[in-house]
Design a protein around this ligand. Structure first.
Ligand code: NAD
Ligand code: 3PG
Length: 526
């Protein structure tokens, strides 16, 4: 039975799902050295933001197949290191969207009305109504940095509270922003005009220290900043100085450069700052959502099925996966087949996506073809996660072309592999949307479903050759399940594709190549 380590607190709903297929150990607050010591025992690791999955931890793993982040941000996982090792990293992109958006909105209102400090003062026995005079958000300008899932929900609610919305997000269109009720503006303008600035962006090299002394200087003395996205997007020392000097009015922070927050100037800023301990996703509802979402993906991967929200499989979102699933199998089978026909070291793989497959969404098919191509060399070590990297490291050049006008089938895939032993090609399509068929081998039209054991010959189309091959195989007790010849002209060159019930015994391939008229022969195991 597989083993899963859960190293941060997650909802029982997730544990229940994992327990269907694995032994689950919940061990929280592990030190890095402790995690390194035990990670070798586990097939899957489930975390939240508390566990840092470093390169050392990934390298210490020996059978880890999947790291599941019960939340959005995977910045605590060394994703490139996991990718190199073929470990799929999944998250829950939407499970805590509402929770995080509501926390940002709660922070904005709490900061405006000094609720935390007013509450603390009443609880101390005071009745101070002067110190806590606040500001309204109605008709104020909210600047949203990052108009993704959380930013959009914040916009929706803020709009209903009568706020004017500005947004900065270089990756979304003006039309989309307008649909959400936001005016898309440059960042400088947002900094200059916003009364409230709320951050909903990932931490990347571009967004690190986005709020710094220079950008703070552009804001109004009445501006309040809310960060429920990621620590490190704000230069905390510069923020504390700006609040102290009255350059801005205040801030509400849920996330910090280093967590838990250690000694910090931020703690000394009284009612102008609110600090929460990374609580954005901490609602009962969100925790159930993310635990189920991620546990289901871990369960699927442990059962050999694909994950719906893998962050390190390019272009493979849940909807695309659903649409492409049968074609992924086609691409993988063709990659495996053409790799075996080419033999030797493959230097170039041409992938031609034809008909309906010639869309931008079909990039995962290239990855699947590479996975198939590398299967003979790497066996189970190659997967959708590391296939591209493995191909690159082996110097395999991948050329991708698209031909929407090819209409023999609704969608077909053509692979051509050139290597040290020559060039071979295969084309395949799905019949009835499900059944894989080989429709062309080395330029010769055929129509056969692939089978586990196959034999291909390149021969001269002449009388008697099929009989000779049949007798030879029979003399070695090889049973032929099906056979088809593909030719372009009568008595010219032809290809024969045979499905056989068992692997070809040693030595027989050389004898087949001696049969008069047979130019070459290839045995393939799929
Ligand atoms: N505090 C919490 O507990 C908590 C909970 C959930 C999510 N988060 C964090 O909130 C953030 C947003 O999450 P989401 O689910 O909305 O993500 P998302 O991917 O849906 O949205 C992020 C948006 O940021 C935009 N963006 C990327 N780089 C940008 C840049 N340089 N400038 C401006 N915009 C940029 C993207 O185009 C995208 O629209 C993430 O950092 C996530 O980790 C925090
Ligand atoms: O990225 C996220 O999903 C949030 O930061 C939540 O983190 P948490 O799961 O540790 O609460």
């Amino acid at each position: 039975m597989s083993k899963v380590l859960v190293s941060d607190p997650i909802d029982q709903a997730g544990i229940d799902i994992l327990s269907q297929v694995a032994t689950v150990d919940v061990k929280t607050n592990l030190k890095p050295a402790e995690l390194i010591e035990i990670i070798g025992e586990y097939d899957a690791l489930m975390i939240r933001s508390g566990t840092r999955v470093t390169q050392e931890i990934i390298e210490a793993s020996t059978q880890l197949k999947i790291i599941g982040r019960a939340g959005v941000g995977v910045d605590n996982v060394d994703v490139p290191a996991a990718t190199r090792k073929g470990i799929v990293v999944v998250n829950s992109p939407e499970g805590n969207t509402i929770a995080a958006a509501e926390h940002a909105l709660a922070m904005m209102l709490s900061l405006s009305r000094h609720i935390p400090d007013a509450n603390a003062s009443v609880k101390r026995g005071e009745w101070d109504r002067k110190t806590f005079v606040g500001a309204e958000v109605y008709k104020k300008t909210l600047g949203i940095v990052g108009l993704g899932k959380i930013g959009s929900h914040v916009a929706h609610v803020a709009k209903a509270m009568g706020m004017k919305l500005l947004a900065y997000d270089p990756f979304i269109s003006t039309e989309r922003a307008e649909q959400i009720g936001c005016q898309l503006v440059e960042l400088d303008l947002l900094f200059q005009q916003a009364d409230y600035i709320t951050l909903h962006i990932p931490k990347t090299p571009e967004t690190a220290n986005l709020i710094n002394a220079k950008t703070l200087a552009k804001m109004k003395p009445t501006t309040r900043i809310i960060n429920c996205a990621r620590g490190g997007i704000i230069d905390e020392a510069a923020l504390a100085a700006a609040i102290k000097e009255g350059k801005i009015a205040g801030a509400a922070l849920d996330v910090f450069d280093s967590e838990p927050l250690a000694e910090s100037e931020l703690r000394s800023l009284g009612k102008d700052i609110i600090l929460t301990p990374h609580l954005g996703a901490s609602t009962a509802e969100a925790q159930v959502n993310v635990a189920i979402d991620v546990a289901e993906q871990i369960r699927d991967v442990l059962l050999g099925l694909p994950a719906r929200s893998a962050v390190n499989i390019p272009g493979l979102g849940p909807d695309i996966l659903e649409e492409l699933k049968p074609y992924m199998q086609l691409a993988e089978t063709l990659g495996n087949l053409v790799g075996q026909l080419a033999g030797g070291r493959v230097e170039t793989l041409n992938v031609k996506l034809q008909g309906d497959l010639a869309t931008n969404k079909s990039q995962p098919l290239v990855v699947a073809a590479l996975k198939g191509l590398l299967y003979q060399a790497l066996r189970e070590r190659v997967n959708y996660v590391n296939a591209s990297i493995e191909a690159k490291e082996r110097g395999i050049r991948v050329i991708e072309t698209r031909d929407a006008s090819a209409r023999d089938y609704a969608g077909s895939l053509h692979l051509e592999a050139t290597g040290t032993l020559g060039t071979h090609s295969v084309t395949g399509a799905l019949l009835g949307d499900k059944e894989i068929h080989l429709t062309d081998v080395d330029g010769f039209p055929i129509n056969v479903p692939p089978s586990k054991y196959m034999l291909f010959t390149l021969h001269r189309d002449m009388p008697g050759i099929i009989g000779k091959l049949g007798s030879l195989l029979g003399s070695f007790n090889v049973n032929i399940a099906s056979m088809q010849v593909g030719r372009k002209i009568v008595r010219g060159d032809a290809v024969m594709a045979l499905s056989i019930d068992d692997p070809l015994p040693d030595g027989i391939l050389d004898e087949i190549k001696q049969v008069s008229g047979i130019r070459d022969a290839y045995t393939v195991t799929l």
